[in-house]
Design a protein around this ligand. Structure first.
Ligand SMILES: *Cc1c(COP(=O)(O)O)cnc(C)c1O
Length: 394
């Protein structure tokens, strides 16, 4: 669509040109097989890659609308929707990598992505080197002649560290290596990795893009050629998004810009409040001038996102008391929804690690991660103020 339109307008109109139906809201196409009127048409349906009206594992008109909208939002030629964010990660990695290949990835990435790289990739003969994302030259040092892919995620979770997308994309491109960025936390409202030279951008659509904590879906976007290659693997892997989820995600996307702007404002207000509170030892949010990479975040991002983390004084017990004392905020692991959710990431680690081991792994035991929702920022700050007092964190 005409790229002079702003993102909020694109998200309302970019899927309208394939409107076969007069309804303003799009239909849900539930049928698995589609029929052809003639032998010639059937031959075309079955032979053309990514046909929307052949068999649902190959594609579907509701899914195609979702793909078109997110491709527009990310400035990509094409996109492929999947059953989950992990569906996008695993299908893409299985497409791009073979035995004998090498991947460079960040230490700090989504747990599922790390799990694939640590547990599945080695079994397929794929080697992985993990580097500190804040150390750009470390990416260059880790590259090998057989490196095929550099995996990025920024800001990362739960410490909100920032990766220099332009610098890493450039050093990979110079050597003919592909880059892929997980843009789930930032969203295309705040950051567009493809504009920074990254080749592929992926999302857990489950989070901010759908935005209502009721959809499981993923997407990967990039050049038409790369996305078609990923699709060839996708129809064999079968991590296909349900058209009902695709439809709900489309509905959520219409209000993405307003929701993310509200989350940006809420997270910044809460981060500033916590930064000034005597009961808080540390706050991590890229929008704070105190963040060690604030300058890079300002250059790379238009807003800083709805995610932050902080450490109250008093260790893990004080952190758990604080979580229990919050009234508006539920103890829950997701992000990007309409309600504010908080969790102590160390509590999600299956192993019982010591405080020292957790801190070394980048998950201090008292750290609380907050995924800010759409509440009025004043109500949210007041809830944290009261809960900090109740937890005796000061
Ligand atoms: C949730 C999440 C994923 C995985 O997405 P699912 O939809 O749960 O499979 C990947 N990356 C990030 C940053 C996430 O937050």
């Amino acid at each position: 669509m005409d790229d002079s339109f702003t993102l909020e307008t694109l998200l309302l109109h970019a899927d309208a040109d394939d409107d076969a139906e007069p309804g303003i809201a799009p239909p849900i196409h539930a049928s698995v097989p589609f029929s052809a009127a003639t032998a010639e048409e059937f031959a075309e349906l079955s032979a053309e890659p990514r046909h929307e009206r052949f068999y649902r594992r190959y594609g579907n008109p509701t899914q195609a609308r979702l793909e078109r909208l997110i491709a527009e939002a990310e400035g990509a030629e094409a996109a492929l929707a999947t059953a989950s964010g992990m569906g996008a990660v695993s299908t893409t990695l299985l497409t791009l990598l073979s035995a004998g290949d090498h991947v460079v990835a960040q230490h700090s990435m989504y747990g599922g992505t790390l799990g694939f790289l640590r547990d599945v990739a080695p079994r397929l003969g794929i080697e992985v080197t993990f580097v500190d994302q804040a150390d750009t030259p470390a990416f260059a040092r880790a590259l090998r002649p057989n490196t095929r892919l550099v995996m990025l995620e920024t800001p990362s979770n739960p410490l909100l560290r920032v990766t220099d997308l332009r610098a890493v994309a450039e050093l990979a491109r110079d050597r003919g290596i592909l880059t892929m960025a997980d843009n789930t936390v930032a969203t295309p409202v705040n950051q567009r990795p493809l504009e920074c030279g990254v080749d592929l951008v992926m999302h857990s659509v489950t989070k901010s893009l759908s935005g209502h904590s009721d959809v499981l879906a993923g997407i990967v976007a990039g050049s038409r050629e790369l996305i078609e290659r990923i699709w060839q693997t996708h129809i064999l892997v079968g991590a296909v998004v349900s058209p009902y989820d695709a439809w709900l995600a489309l509905r959520g996307l219409r209000t993405l810009v307003m929701r993310v702007e509200r989350q940006n404002a809420g997270a910044l207000a809460l981060a500033r409040f916590l930064q000034a509170h005597p009961g808080v030892a540390a706050v991590n949010h890229p929008g704070l001038p105190e963040h060690p990479q604030h300058g890079l975040a300002v250059r790379q991002m238009r807003g800083f996102g709805g995610l932050l983390s902080f450490e109250p004084h008093g260790g893990r017990e004080a952190a758990e008391r604080l979580l229990s004392a919050l009234r508006l905020v539920r103890r829950s692991p997701s992000l990007g929804g309409y309600r504010t959710l908080a969790v102590r990431p160390a509590a999600m680690w299956a192993l019982e690690l010591s405080d020292e081991e957790l801190t070394e792994a980048g998950v201090p035991p008292a750290l609380i991660r907050v995924a800010v929702g759409l509440e009025n920022p004043d109500d949210l700050v007041a809830d944290f103020e009261r809960a900090l007092a109740a937890a005796g964190a000061a």
